[in-house]
Design a protein around this ligand. Structure first.
Ligand SMILES: *[C@@H]1O[C@H](CO)[C@@H](O)[C@H](O)[C@H]1NC(C)=O
Ligand SMILES: *[C@@H]1O[C@H](CO)[C@@H](O)[C@H](O)[C@H]1NC(C)=O
Ligand SMILES: *[C@@H]1O[C@H](CO)[C@@H](O)[C@H](O)[C@H]1NC(C)=O
Ligand SMILES: *[C@@H]1O[C@H](CO)[C@@H](O)[C@H](O)[C@H]1NC(C)=O
Ligand SMILES: *[C@@H]1O[C@H](CO)[C@@H](O)[C@H](O)[C@H]1NC(C)=O
Ligand SMILES: *[C@@H]1O[C@H](CO)[C@@H](O)[C@H](O)[C@H]1NC(C)=O
Ligand SMILES: *[C@@H]1O[C@H](CO)[C@@H](O)[C@H](O)[C@H]1NC(C)=O
Length: 626
């Protein structure tokens, strides 16, 4: 608790003596938005959840999430995950013995993908809770201990400190509260979890202070939502006995990003007005989406509009954290958008990817197209470690307003500047303009600077638009149509080159609204990019593969694009198969027309100065026939 407080306070102190920054306070920019979640489809029964979580489409979806640039997504919150644990028997001492093998498999895969779970303690534990209701709390304490201890042993302390543990999702909602928690029962359950997790943490070689979050509540009226309100009341009454270290809640908008922040602000003010003692608890809106109902189709989910809403939500929370008391202790927000869309709403649900279930092909398989919101997460991952407050740029017409987030490297690291710019939410018309800016550096004789401008633009970097116009919204787009959509799924490389003067000027005229622009500058003193790890190749269908590779953290700021190379056999020439593709993320779907995908693959990274990294090791792919 104390440690995290210090961290949040420190984060809000403007940084001084920063040679890269002039005239304006900059602050540490915590990556508070790198979280997602979903609920697996199917009945809340172990076998059904198991087949859902291990299905090809869920696994492939996770693979895409993991193929974002490093750090774009770090945590994934999955309802009912612990239902995968099976009760076997009691020991003679009466301690439950569980079979963790399915959970192990899921967790180890997640770990390989570089994603951390948010473990929600929501499971009926095969019915043993209900049949032993008198010792429910002992079972929870032991279970949370067993889960935590197990993965501490398997994955190590360094990994486990990044995990998040949370109480039951939205416990006041009857569909979730399948155990019929009472107010007392719920608080005792949270206390039991906290004890179990804590004692597991103490078993580490170097004791870990593992914490619990909760109550993941909707916090509607106190009468209708007694569980989450009672939990915070009990924390307020006895702060030292409070089972949670981070207060989690859910607030969404009615379609607008600004409404997410307003709803959140209202709730937090209400909480603090009544429960003053918990005002220093870090808070997290772990479902901070523009509108409720992930599956309810919305036009804006299809294209750059959702991408901009997500970026607005992040911008608004950054501004609020710096300026509004009730957001001072904001720890994180999460987007609940790791779902898998279904026909006929391929693009129109709250997802990062569009999903096509190719029932017409042999074998039936899933095709995923990355939506602009996926690209937006990747752009956000390219921000630098410190940031100024959001700058509002007013153009000559009063309705024309742009938002700019300026971020920078610090201290004596080679200069890296990253700016994210977009028109205000729901801007319908924008005058033509050229943005002029002084940049925070001096040209020297040794140091030179290069820049890259990338753009997400409605109807241009917009796979849904291509699907609607070129593929006539067909449920089974063909290979050419899928390739056309994939061409449009990454930001467009708008401009790049050397910066001769510390000035930046960009003519942004006639762009389709909405759009998001990322402008980055790198110094030639930054090291040549690291050699990427050898790629992983996943079969999509016959003659089609998904190639992805891991990036080392914080080494790819100056990445312009990746190149993917292929050779049929070890004596054949290497060919540059991603030529003409802008690939700012570590993945590439390869589906050559009339050619075989058997052979060797390797990748390399190109930076702003067109310096090439070493090639990764080559990896061989041999197609299995069905
Ligand atoms: C919870 O209550 C519902 C409705 O009253 C009932 O159907 C269900 O069996 C109860 N569940 C448990 C675990 O007691
Ligand atoms: C990468 O940078 C972020 C933000 O600056 C920082 O929080 C994180 O610890 C860094 N990670 C590594 C592996 O250096
Ligand atoms: C494909 O088949 C599944 C299972 O029968 C069905 O749910 C889905 O709607 C079908 N998809 C399309 C695009 O027809
Ligand atoms: C900006 O670009 C537009 C179209 O690309 C052009 O018509 C206009 O003259 C340019 N403005 C300036 C100031 O160069
Ligand atoms: C802005 O520029 C675009 C492209 O050059 C042009 O089509 C459009 O008419 C211009 N709009 C205004 C308001 O001048
Ligand atoms: C390797 O591929 C080349 C080009 O397709 C082909 O000409 C050659 O025969 C192949 N060599 C072997 C050993 O298969
Ligand atoms: C590239 O590989 C060469 C030869 O193995 C090695 O000497 C060099 O350090 C590598 N460069 C980078 C940037 O990793």
């Amino acid at each position: 608790m104390v440690a995290s407080l210090v961290m949040y306070l420190a984060a809000l102190i403007p940084l001084q003596n920063n040679s890269h920054i002039v005239n304006e306070p900059y602050y540490q920019l915590p990556r508070f938005w790198t979280n997602t979640g979903f609920c697996p489809y199917g009945e809340i029964k172990r076998e059904s959840l198991k087949s859902s979580l291990f299905s090809e489409s869920v696994q492939m979806n996770l693979m895409h999430l993991a193929a974002l640039p490093t750090g774009a997504l770090t945590h994934i919150r999955i309802h009912w995950l612990l239902e995968l644990v099976k009760f076997i028997q009691y020991t003679q001492a009466g301690v439950p013995v569980y079979d963790f093998s399915d959970l192990d498999e899921f967790i180890l895969n997640l770990n390989d993908l570089g994603l951390y779970p948010v473990i929600e303690f929501m499971t009926d534990l095969d019915g043993i809770l209900i049949s032993n209701s008198d010792i429910m709390n002992d079972i929870w304490e032991d279970f949370s201990y067993q889960v935590t201890k197990r993965y501490l042993n398997l994955l190590g302390a360094k990994n486990l400190v990044k995990w998040r543990f949370e109480t039951w999702n939205e416990p006041d909602i009857h569909n979730y509260n399948i155990l019929n928690f009472t107010v007392e029962g719920f608080i005792e359950y949270a206390m039991a979890l906290r004890k179990g997790i804590k004692s597991a943490g103490r078993m580490s070689n170097k004791p870990l202070d593992l914490t619990l979050r909760g109550p993941a509540g909707l916090f509607k009226s106190k009468r209708n939502h007694p569980l989450c309100w009672s939990l915070i009341k009990s924390c307020n009454d006895q702060i030292n006995d409070c089972p949670i270290n981070v207060l989690t809640y859910h607030r969404k908008g009615q379609g607008l990003a600004t409404e997410v922040l307003e709803a959140s602000s209202k709730l937090l003010k209400n909480i603090y007005a009544n429960y003053d003692n918990i005002k220093m608890l870090p808070v997290s809106n772990d479902e901070a989406d523009p509108i409720t109902g992930w599956s309810t189709p919305q036009d804006f989910y299809e294209d750059v509009r959702y991408a901009t809403k997500l970026v607005y939500i992040v911008f608004l929370h950054w501004h609020a954290k710096l300026n509004y008391r009730e957001f001072k202790y904001l720890e994180t927000i999460s987007h609940d958008n790791a779902f898998i869309s279904y026909h006929p709403f391929e693009f129109a649900q709250r997802t990062l990817l569009a999903h096509f279930r190719m029932n017409n092909s042999q074998p039936v398989h899933s095709q995923f197209i990355q939506k602009p919101v996926y690209a937006a997460l990747s752009m956000l991952s390219k921000l630098a470690p410190v940031a100024a407050d959001i700058e509002v740029i007013a153009l000559s017409s009063p309705n024309d307003v742009l938002w700019l987030l300026k971020t920078s490297s610090t201290g004596n690291k080679p200069l890296y500047v990253s700016w994210l710019l977009l028109p205000r939410e729901n801007t319908e018309k924008l005058e033509n303009f050229t943005l002029h800016r002084q940049l925070p550096f001096k040209s020297g004789s040794v140091e030179t600077f290069a820049f890259v401008v990338e753009l997400l633009e409605q109807k241009k970097t917009d796979p849904a638009y291509i699907w609607r116009t070129q593929a006539r919204s067909r449920p089974f787009p063909d290979a050419m149509e899928r390739a056309a959509m994939r061409y449009a799924q990454t930001p467009r490389l708008q401009a790049s080159g050397l910066l001769l003067m510390p000035e930046f000027s960009l003519n942004i005229s006639g762009l389709q609204l909405p759009w998001i622009l990322l402008f980055r500058v790198c110094s030639n003193l930054s090291p040549v990019l690291k050699q990427p790890e050898a790629p992983t190749i996943t079969k999509i269908t016959i003659g089609e593969i998904f190639i992805s590779w891991r990036e080392a953290a914080n080494t790819t700021n100056c990445l312009k694009t990746y190149e993917v190379w292929f050779q049929v056999n070890q004596t054949a020439e290497w060919s540059f198969i991603s030529e003409n593709w802008h690939l700012p993320y570590p993945s590439f779907q390869y589906a050559p027309i009339n050619a075989c995908v058997n052979g060797f693959f390797k990748v390399r990274a190109i930076d702003f100065f067109n310096r090439k990294s070493n090639f990764s090791d080559a990896i061989e792919y041999i197609e299995m026939s069905v």
